[in-house]
Every structure is written in C-alpha cells, then in structure tokens.
Design a protein around this ligand. Structure first.
Ligand SMILES: *[C@@H]1O[C@H](CO)[C@@H](O)[C@H](O)[C@H]1NC(C)=O
Ligand SMILES: *[C@@H]1O[C@H](CO)[C@@H](O)[C@H](O)[C@H]1NC(C)=O
Ligand SMILES: *[C@@H]1O[C@H](CO)[C@@H](O)[C@H](O)[C@H]1NC(C)=O
Ligand SMILES: *[C@@H]1O[C@H](CO)[C@@H](O)[C@H](O)[C@H]1NC(C)=O
Ligand SMILES: *[C@@H]1O[C@H](CO)[C@@H](O)[C@H](O)[C@H]1NC(C)=O
Ligand SMILES: *[C@@H]1O[C@H](CO)[C@@H](O)[C@H](O)[C@H]1NC(C)=O
Ligand SMILES: *[C@@H]1O[C@H](CO)[C@@H](O)[C@H](O)[C@H]1NC(C)=O
Length: 464
C-alpha cells in the first residue's frame, strides 16, 4: 500500500523514510503511518499542478509528387493546412490572401517588436496592395519566403502569428492535441509562390536552423530539447512521420528506431544557401562532413577540397527534402558513375532515362531485403569506421518494369554549385534521421528495411 506512487518527490522521500522506519516498529505504528500517508496524499501540492507539458509531438508526412507533405491545424476556426516539408527551411510560410486566409486570431507583427528580431526579419514595410488583410498590413516586419522546390522567392512576406495545434506523442501513438497560441510564420501573398507544390499544398514547413523554424518554436513552447527526427516513407499511401522532441520513436511492430543510431557532427555553413537573400546570414540547412565515398569498398577518386565548406560558403555536403535525388558536383558524379559501373561488373546497360545517367535492365539484379542487389555505397564521415551505407532500395530507382537507374544526378557543369553533395529525399526514405540541435549532431539509422520495418509503420491511431 505504501508503494503507491506519489507524484511529489519530497513526499515520496518522506514516505520511503517512513517505510524504512516502519520495518523496525511495532505494528500499531503501521496504522498511524497509513493515516499520515492519506493526509499527505490529500494535501499533496501535485493535485493542483497543471497538466504536464508534452515531451514530444508528431505529424504525419505523405509522399506526393516527389514531395513530402505534412499537415498542421492553424487559425480560428481551425483549418487543416497542407504543407510541403522543407528540411532546411527557416520557418513556416503559407499563402495568405484576403479570401483564403480567414482567422479571428491572425496577428501581423509590427516593426520593432521582439518577434521581428527573433525572426531576424529582413525589412519593415507598409502595404499598398489593397485593404488590410492577412499578409497586408502597414508597419510590419518582413521575411523572404522561398519555394525551395522551384527556387522561387517573393518580394516579401509579412511576419505573422496565429494559433497552431499539433498532436503530442508518447513515441508509440499520437495522443492529446496541444495548442501554440502565437505560432510565428510568414504570409506569402502571391499565389505564384505555390507553383510546383503538390495539390492542395498551401505553403512550406521549414525545419531548418533558425529561431522560428518548427522544431525551434515547438521545443521552446513546451520546453523540451531541440531535436527532431524525420522518417520519410517511400510509399504514397502510408504515412511517414516527423517527431519533434525526444525519443522513443517506435514503429510497428514495436521497434524503437531511436536505438542504434550512428552519430555524426552537424556543420553550419557560414553563408546562406537560399536562392536569393537580402542578408548575409548563415545557412539554415543541415551540413554533414562526408570525407570520402566508397562503392563496394572501392574509393571514388575526387578533389577533396570540394568536401569542405570554404569561407565563402562553397563545398561540403548537405541534406535536403527539396530535391528528390542526390545531386553530385559534376566531377564527383563522373568518377562516382565510373566506380559504380566497375563494381557492378558485367551487366548490360540500357539507354539512360532522364534525369538519370546510368540505367540497367532491372532483371540483371537479384532482389534483397534492402532492395536491388547492387554494390553498397558508403558515405564515409568523421572517421573510416563511421559511414552511412546506402543499399539498393535507396541507391536505385525503378523507372519502369524493365529499367532500374542509379538514383544520383549530375550537378550542372556551367557553374560551380555552392554545395558539392546535396543528399536528396530518395536516399533518405525508410531511414530515420534525428537532428539533435542541442548536441549539434545527426543520428541516422541506415535502412530500416534491415530491421524489418519502414517509415510507413508509425501507429497513427490516437490514444488521446
Ligand atoms: C498604409 O499606409 C498608407 C499611407 O502611408 C495608406 O495609403 C495605405 O492604405 C495603408 N495600407 C493599409 C493596408 O492600411
Ligand atoms: C537566435 O539564434 C541565435 C543563433 O542561433 C542564438 O544565438 C540566439 O540566442 C537565438 N535567440 C533566441 C531568443 O533564442
Ligand atoms: C540575422 O541577420 C544578420 C544580418 O542582418 C546576421 O548577421 C545574423 O547572423 C542573422 N542571425 C541569424 C540567427 O541568422
Ligand atoms: C579542386 O577544387 C578546388 C575548388 O573547386 C579547385 O580550386 C582546385 O583547382 C581543384 N583541384 C584540382 C586538382 O582539380
Ligand atoms: C570557395 O570555393 C569557390 C568555388 O570553388 C571559389 O569560387 C571561391 O573563390 C572559394 N573561396 C575561397 C575564399 O577560397
Ligand atoms: C559479359 O556477359 C556476357 C553475357 O553474359 C558474356 O557473353 C561476356 O563474355 C561477358 N564478358 C566478360 C568480359 O565477362
Ligand atoms: C495501434 O495503436 C492502437 C492504440 O494503442 C492499438 O489499439 C492498435 O492495436 C495498434 N495497431 C497495431 C497494428 O498494433
């Protein structure tokens, strides 16, 4: 009876002392202690405590038109808003217009307010485009929303706040819905900003390094550590998942995929990688330190200076959800393909199908648990023993029934790309990636297919 768990630690201490004492005391004391316990329990201050804050949040992500689309509930009354996930994006931006954005809790952020500095806003503007409406107010600070799928930016987007709700999680299922009454985002008033985004999508959800990205706002609102994990499903019918906050991250049948992660440092590129920017600011994207590439153990010859970020922000390796496939700087690509072909051996190639540069008859390869049986590709990281191994399911793309192509693309040859290796979404699917911004490191699982699960296996049945 004394082992009943009491929420308040002080009372718990007191109780365990009493229990110890009772062992050596006559049984009449037991009754006294029981009474005392009951009284303590009744007056325990924990009874008055507010509901505990969530330790983690969860959203579903569905693959649509080679994008990864998530959903948040926003505004008053609440409306579900579809958003394309943007791993390196600075913040949430949505298309706002007088008819489309209806909310009694919308608030424009006026110049000089703390929210403008938190957002590191680029400018302060009036609005001459029409009557006051979401996205069009005088004396508001502005950001430069970017559609990273088609690399389009707009003139400016008003910094705004509104209610957002999201499901909390215990790591196994979604549970009760929690509310952020003052979620900061940017309003893009031109509908051309939505071009290239999947059907019904109203903006982009930025998970990047910034003080107002989704992970940052969620972790500061609920005081949990600033980490999040993405698990993109290759399927267009079963949801992948993004977890905000600490593990466990459990996928059916009951596998905590936060266990056995391999860790590598995250780097900050000192120069922005946005397609256009009004300011000199560090990049909000996630960079890792690839030190060499091996295929079947054979090293791809490459110019090592391409692998480090130089002081003007060129070089290095970043991870993105905006590109469907990994893009390699063209000299890296050429050697990569040569080594891959050599390691594949005597297998008949077929005419490449755009955008891919190397394709085979799919019947040439056996199938394994981790996809077509092709030589594994290793991205070697901070030391030889730490590498991200990419198997057939993530290296090859089944273009049609007969043709299987190497899912890596050649970078442009007419100019030096800012980033030498841009790891794209196909290479991330069915891998769990945890971005830990407290420890500034990436934890990755490699293919979950080895562990007999997929990113489509989170149990979205709510237990709220
Ligand atoms: C903003 O102020 C200007 C005058 O400075 C005015 O012409 C314009 O109508 C105002 N816009 C809004 C949306 O109130
Ligand atoms: C905003 O971000 C910068 C750089 O990451 C950091 O130094 C600063 O403390 C942040 N501001 C707040 C209010 O968290
Ligand atoms: C904010 O912008 C300034 C330039 O205006 C830049 O120096 C600074 O690094 C930026 N801060 C962050 C956290 O991006
Ligand atoms: C390696 O790349 C750097 C940066 O692009 C370039 O300056 C250098 O000439 C290259 N070296 C060789 C041997 O190609
Ligand atoms: C960084 O690399 C780019 C591309 O190779 C080059 O144009 C630039 O000059 C380099 N910057 C420095 C400071 O070396
Ligand atoms: C490659 O395979 C083809 C068909 O299996 C065979 O005829 C040819 O001799 C092989 N070439 C080499 C170099 O092994
Ligand atoms: C998903 O979770 C719900 C609620 O806990 C549970 O009833 C159900 O059995 C779970 N589904 C599977 C396939 O385990």
């Amino acid at each position: 009876m004394l082992s009943t768990s009491f929420p308040h630690p002080k009372i718990q201490n007191l109780l365990s002392n009493l229990v110890l004492a009772s062992k050596t005391m006559p049984s009449s004391f037991h009754f006294l202690i029981l009474i005392l316990c009951s009284i303590l329990y009744l007056i325990s201050p924990s009874k008055a405590k507010p509901l505990s804050k969530p330790k983690a949040l969860v959203v579903p992500v569905i693959k649509d038109s080679n994008q990864y689309v998530t959903q948040l509930d926003q505004r008053t009354p609440l409306v579900p808003i579809k958003l394309t996930l943007d791993l390196g994006g600075r913040y949430l931006w949505v298309h706002c217009d007088a008819d489309g954005y209806v909310s009694s809790t919308y608030k424009p952020i006026h110049c000089g307010s703390p929210q403008c500095s938190l957002a590191n806003a680029t400018s302060c503007r009036d609005c001459f485009d029409g009557p006051e409406s979401p996205g069009c107010h005088n004396n508001t600070c502005r950001l430069l929303p970017e559609n990273t799928i088609i690399l389009r930016t707009m003139v400016t987007g008003e910094v705004s706040q509104d209610i957002v709700t999201i499901q909390s999680t215990n790591g196994h299922n979604p549970s009760k819905v929690v509310t952020l009454p003052k979620f900061l985002f940017s309003c893009a008033t031109f509908s051309t900003m939505l071009e290239g985004l999947a059907d019904g999508v109203k903006g982009m959800a930025g998970l990047g390094r910034s003080n107002i990205s989704l992970p940052f706002q969620f972790s500061s609102a609920f005081a949990f550590p600033n980490k999040f994990a993405i698990c993109l499903s290759r399927s267009t019918t079963s949801n992948g998942v993004v977890f905000f906050g600490a593990s466990p991250y459990v996928l059916l049948p009951g596998i905590d995929v936060s266990k056995k992660l391999i860790h590598t440092p995250l780097f900050i590129n000192p120069k922005t990688t946005a397609s256009s920017s009004q300011k000199e600011e560090p990049s909000s994207e996630y960079f890792i330190g690839v030190s060499s590439i091996k295929i079947n153990g054979a090293t791809v010859p490459l110019n090592n200076s391409l692998l480090t970020i130089n002081s003007t922000g060129f070089g290095g390796t970043k991870i993105t959800t905006a590109n469907p496939y990994t893009v390699l700087e063209h000299t890296i690509y050429n050697n990569f393909v040569k080594v891959f072909e050599k390691q594949v051996g005597n297998v008949t190639k077929v005419a490449p199908i755009s955008p891919f540069g190397l394709c085979y008859n799919s019947k040439s390869f056996g199938s394994t648990r981790v996809g077509p049986g092709v030589p594994p590709i290793d991205l070697v990281l901070q030391k030889k023993s730490v590498f991200w191994r990419i198997f057939g399911a993530n290296s090859m793309v089944q273009v049609n029934n007969d043709v299987l192509c190497l899912g890596f693309l050649k970078g442009r040859t007419d100019f030096t790309p800012q980033t030498s290796i841009v790891i794209g979404a196909h290479q991330l699917e069915d891998n769990l990636l945890q971005f830990d911004l407290v420890k500034s490191r990436l934890g990755f699982s490699s293919s979950l297919l080895f562990r007999q699960t997929t990113c489509g296996n989170f149990n979205f049945t709510s237990i709220a």
